[in-house]
Write a protein that binds this ligand. Structure first.
Ligand code: 5GP
Length: 119
């Protein structure tokens, strides 16, 4: 399945719908999740049209991949999460439970997050 540019994060990237922005550069946009699951819940996304982690790791450039992970760490530190710890999740495809088909990293912290998987 190819990238569907009608997904909600594509619309955020185009500026068609708003977001609470945390960071933006040439390769990456980060913004607060609309339905936070923890005191800090930030979504970090590449600006390129990659539907999931599989697509990204197969097709993105080394610069795009480096930028996404570098920024993730920068944001975690800016939020003070390097002191207390945090979790990074990227749901991929049907078994991963991915709902929005544009790659995103969930950065979660600000409380003890419990077990990694609910079941
Ligand atoms: P997924 O299940 O695909 O890994 O996660 C999608 C995430 O996107 C969910 O945590 C959901 O709350 C978030 N989300 C869905 N629609 C919007 C939106 O319009 N704005 C923002 N900021 N987050 C959204």
């Amino acid at each position: 399945m190819s990238y569907d540019d009608s997904n909600i994060f594509a619309k955020i990237l185009k500026g068609d719908i708003p977001c609470k922005k945390v960071h933006e550069d040439d390769h990456v946009l980060a913004f607060h999740d609309i339905n936070p699951q923890a005191p800090v819940h930030i979504l970090v996304i590449p600006k390129g049209a990659y539907k999931d982690m599989d697509d990204f790791t197969k097709n993105a450039s080394a610069d795009e991949i480096a930028a996404l992970f570098r920024v993730l760490g920068d944001i975690a530190r800016a939020q003070g999460l390097d002191e207390t710890g945090y979790r990074v999740i990227s749901n991929c495809g049907a078994n991963g439970g991915q709902e929005v088909p544009h790659l995103h990293l969930h950065l979660l912290g600000g409380r003890k997050l419990g077990r990694m998987l609910a079941a």
